[in-house]
Design a protein around this ligand. Structure first.
Ligand code: ATP
Length: 447
């Protein structure tokens, strides 16, 4: 059964109330398009990154990782085409002063105030400009990167030589990106500072069918990654680009779209970019970035397949998809791998030192192997309520009987079912219930 779609407001309110995500600089009125992750949000975000890295790097033998810098030579952006083309068309309303992206408008009238007082579209450059060093002049201009991919392209040679890989192989990176979006909004869907997880998967240009085979493979892999982390299948679909919608260099592009509260929107893009990016850097830098195959003695510039996903957009989707308002509680059905805490440990009451001491001891013993949290505030009902709202899959309660019987109550988030588990079996029981076995994933990434 598909869960009813929550409104964005419900999820924004929960995110703020429970410490997932707050507006940046809120005490000064906030800054548009920037967000802060709170104590549980940071755990969710780390888990999303880790799940991606595990799937895309650790469980594969054909992908290596890198972490390249945010500040790069401006020549990179000249070569990549960003300096020339990375702009959106912007339209202002002369009456209400609202600003829109031209491609979001459907008529001559302002969607906000209804007047026919829109300006002509003007190009608005989306890269953030800054200066390197003490002098603020034209020679010191630099840009905050608008995507992580270029760091991989410009380092391509060093990476394949030191990573000891040959195509087909991939390079993965997770890091911040910055875009001066005209209309940031829909919570963390579109912000000005965000994070990307990108894979550049390099394949031989010949035969061409191999490139398309890898493209199809990655669309499938990426789609399944979301399903494996619990996304409801009917909320995810593919948008296949064709004709004029396809970038001129792209052989194929497919977006994974999610059914957001505001409608279907891009979650992740997967593009077959041919040799476009490497070729641009070869032309601009004069450096040979082609791959030399020692065996065949052949030299070639590989094509690249790029799955590109926003960390924040993925966090939003996991939150929206997991959210459910039941009659007596709100629950986040987060996949255990993504849940901020795997287990919460409670003493039933706070005024019985034996019970508290036993709960403290159990929580400490679990902590080295599981992300746990100790909670003794309010009554047990309130604690369950709080843990359900942040998606903790299992709660452990130490009660009066625990002292004699050396067992505890383990309560499952989704079913609310409770079981007595003996203390000596507890760690292995929880680990088994929570930690996914990656053997199946290992099989599924096989080529
Ligand atoms: P759009 O056309 O909606 O501006 P795009 O097609 O330019 O987006 P890409 O450059 O393909 O986006 O970015 C790859 C991924 O990075 C997106 O699928 C999305 O998950 C994420 N992303 C891009 N821009 C933003 C943003 N401003 N805020 C949050 N995530 C973003």
């Amino acid at each position: 059964m598909v869960r009813p779609k929550p409104s964005m407001d419900e999820v924004v309110a929960l995110a703020k109330r429970r410490g997932f995500i707050f507006p940046s600089s809120e005490i000064y009125g906030g800054v548009n398009g920037a967000w802060d992750y709170g104590p549980v949000g940071v755990e969710l975000k780390r888990n999303v990154r880790a799940a991606w890295w595990r799937h895309m790097v650790e469980l594969r033998d054909d992908v290596v990782g890198v972490d390249t810098s945010i500040l790069m030579s401006p020549d990179v952006w000249r070569a990549s085409g960003h300096l020339e083309h990375f702009h959106d068309l912007m339209v202002d309303c002369r009456t209400c002063k609202k600003r829109f992206r031209a491609d979001e408008l459907s008529g001559e009238r302002c969607p906000s105030c209804g007047n026919a007082t829109l300006t002509q579209p003007r190009a608005f450059h989306m890269m953030f400009k800054t200066y390197i060093g003490a002098m603020e002049d034209a020679s010191s201009v630099a840009y905050l990167r608008p995507e992580t991919a270029q760091g991989i392209f410009v380092d391509f040679k060093s990476i394949y030589q030191t990573g000891r890989k040959k195509p087909p192989f991939g390079v993965a990176q997770i890091g911040k990106a910055f875009r001066n979006e005209i209309t940031p909004g829909n919570f963390i869907f579109r912000s000005r500072e965000f994070e990307q997880m990108e894979l550049e998967f390099f394949v031989p240009v010949q035969p061409e069918s191999e490139g398309m085979r890898w493209f199809d493979y990655w669309v499938e892999q990426r789609h399944n990654w979301f399903l494996g982390l619990g996304i409801q299948p009917s909320r995810l679909r593919r948008h296949v680009y064709s004709g004029a919608d396809l970038a001129h260099y792209s052989r194929a592009t497919t977006d994974l779209e999610y059914d957001f509260p505001f409608g279907w929107g891009e979650l992740e893009g997967i593009a077959h970019r041919a040799s476009f990016d490497l070729q641009r850097h070869v032309d601009a830098s004069g450096k040979d970035l082609s791959f030399f195959d020692e065996e065949s003695k052949e030299k070639f510039l590989p094509a690249v397949i790029e799955p590109s996903l926003g960390v924040d957009r993925a966090c939003l989707v996991f939150l929206l998809d997991a959210y459910e308002k039941e009659a007596d509680r709100t629950v986040l059905h987060l996949h255990p791998r993504l849940a901020p805490y795997k287990t919460a440990v409670f003493p039933l009451v706070r005024n019985k030192p034996d019970i508290v001491e036993m709960a403290v001891r159990i929580e400490r013993s679990l902590r080295p192997s599981l992300r746990t949290v100790f909670d003794d505030s309010g009554n047990v009902g309130k604690r369950y309520y709080r843990q359900d709202e942040i998606g903790t899959p299992l709660c452990v309660t130490v009660d009066y009987e625990s002292l004699d019987r050396q067992d505890v109550t383990v309560r499952e988030r989704d079913s609310k079912e409770q079981k007595r588990i003996s203390v000596d079996r507890l760690a292995s029981y929880l680990k088994h219930a929570i930690e996914p076995d990656d053997t199946a994933v290992l099989d599924s990434v096989a080529r």
